[in-house]
Design a protein around this ligand. Structure first.
Ligand code: PLP
Length: 453
């Protein structure tokens, strides 16, 4: 039997039957243009990537100049001025003590690299048994085998479970539903942070290299934000059991939540911060991690080697893009801009709290999550086969708005949308985004039922 495929699409996409939801041919400011000439407001910065919209001064020029001068140097043995400059710029925004930057081509590569670096650090400390990573349920850290193992995004894991590594998980904070620890208490007790200690005792801290968490949850947690004190407790436990703390800031990094890095909100210093997405604003595949210098010194004074590489590590044209993007984020003082205007975003999106299908509106900075439920009082999630988040995203696209449909924040199932405006988007747009999304929610609400307002 042959599989039906959309005509004209030999390009393989995850949806093998339907093909692309739209073909975009141009970007202007905060708007994308489709091949049939329709304008779509980008309410999600692609998927948290195009943090400066679509015509960013100076970036394309800087990339072209670098490509014309030198397009490649093998970073296992050589470096280049843009790679050096980017490392300096990233370290300049990282918490004190995190000074060593490793550059790759995206988020999964960056998390994978951090996991491998954590493992090598413990080998240098003569503790080779420490190799497993504790992650959270739910969470998303990437699509490679190790990163999929560290995260827990039910839908993205399901088909791959036999391939995955034996990494333990603890519950992620969930202030909307309450995590398993706090549901009965009716308030957050930081029980989900304390679970880290119990899992370390159960699994044996001598087998664990690192704990990884998104400071504010992305694809799997729908912008769930922890209670004050959560990361301080986590840091304390990591220190007590000699486990490295990795902050996955692939979505939250570079001002998305109103600080250069979201972990800064809680004055906690992790051992490594992983970044990607916003660092190049979508101009080039780019990511990396910044590590505590002390960890790197342990390795340089030991074997003298980080045994890990990809061909495109520290790619000069991508690094040139990253430098120009960081320069622009600095010029507009992106963290201050987001911190100043986040209330406006949440005031606009808050209007949707009583819109059809909506159970919760939450988030931090310009990272907002809208959880969709079948019953608002009981917080009942929709069945996965109803694909409600995708249907709302399709309806929004028809209205001229791009949002990011995701799932997993209701004990592994459930639907949510991520709204992540460009960090320089005009505040007047927020009301438009809410209006277009309100229409999409109403249309899908009529189709499937659920809370109506
Ligand atoms: N970590 C987080 C928190 C993410 O949100 C993502 C992607 O959405 C990744 C890692 C993986 O990044 P990439 O898709 O660039 O491989």
């Amino acid at each position: 039997m042959t599989t039906p495929r959309a005509t004209g699409h030999r390009l393989m996409m995850p949806d093998l039957v339907r093909g692309p939801a739209a073909t975009f041919v141009e970007g202007r400011g905060d708007t994308l243009i489709t091949s049939d000439g329709r304008a779509v407001i980008d309410g999600a910065s692609g998927i948290g990537v195009t943090c400066l919209g679509y015509d960013v001064p100076g970036v394309a020029e800087r990339m072209a100049e670098q490509a014309a001068r030198l397009q490649f140097a093998h970073a296992m043995r050589f470096d280049t001025p843009p790679a050096q400059e980017l490392a300096d710029r990233v370290a300049g925004h990282a918490p004190d003590g995190l000074d060593s930057v490793f550059l790759v081509s995206g988020g999964s590569e960056a998390v994978e690299s951090a996991i491998k670096f954590a493992r090598q650090y413990w080998i240098e400390r003569d503790r080779p048994g420490k190799w497993r990573v504790i992650g959270r349920w739910p969470s998303f850290h990437g699509s490679t085998i190790a990163t999929l193992s560290a995260g827990w995004h039910q839908a993205r894991r399901a088909k791959h479970t036999p391939l995955l590594l034996d990494f333990p998980h603890i519950e992620a904070p969930n202030l909307y539903r309450g995590c398993g620890h706090c549901r009965r208490a009716g308030h957050c007790t930081l029980g989900c942070a304390d679970e880290l200690e119990r899992v370390l005792i159960r699994e044996g801290a001598e087998t664990i290299s690192a704990f990884i968490a998104e400071p504010v949850a992305g694809a799997a947690g729908g912008a769930a934000t922890p209670e004050e004190g959560y990361f301080a407790r986590i840091r304390e436990i990591c220190d007590r059991y000699q486990v490295l703390l990795i902050a996955d800031e692939v979505i939250t990094g570079f001002a998305r939540t109103g600080r250069w890095f979201a972990i800064d909100h809680w004055d906690v210093v992790p051992d490594m911060i992983v970044f990607a997405k916003g660092i190049s604003a979508g101009f080039a595949p780019l990511g990396g991690f910044v590590a505590r210098t002390e960890l790197v010194e342990q390795c340089s004074q030991g074997s003298g080697r980080f045994e890990h590489n990809f061909t495109m590590v520290g790619h000069p044209v991508a690094c040139a893009a990253g430098c120009a993007v960081l320069e622009e984020l600095e010029r507009i003082d992106a963290p201050a801009r987001v911190a100043r205007d986040e209330q406006e975003l949440f005031a606009a999106l808050g209007q949707l709290s009583t819109a059809p299908l909506v159970g919760d509106v939450r988030g931090k900075g310009f990272l907002a999550g809208i959880e969709l439920v079948a019953d608002r009082d009981a917080k009942t999630p929709f069945a996965p086969h109803q694909a409600v988040a995708e249907r709302v995203a399709d309806a929004a696209l028809a209205e001229g708005l791009l949002v990011y449909p995701c799932g997993g924040s209701a004990d592994g199932s459930g639907d949510h949308l991520l709204i992540m405006p460009a960090l320089n988007m005009a505040t007047a747009r927020f009301a438009e985004i809410a209006e277009l999304l309100g229409r999409a929610l109403a249309a899908v609400g009529v189709e499937i039922g659920g809370p109506t307002g």
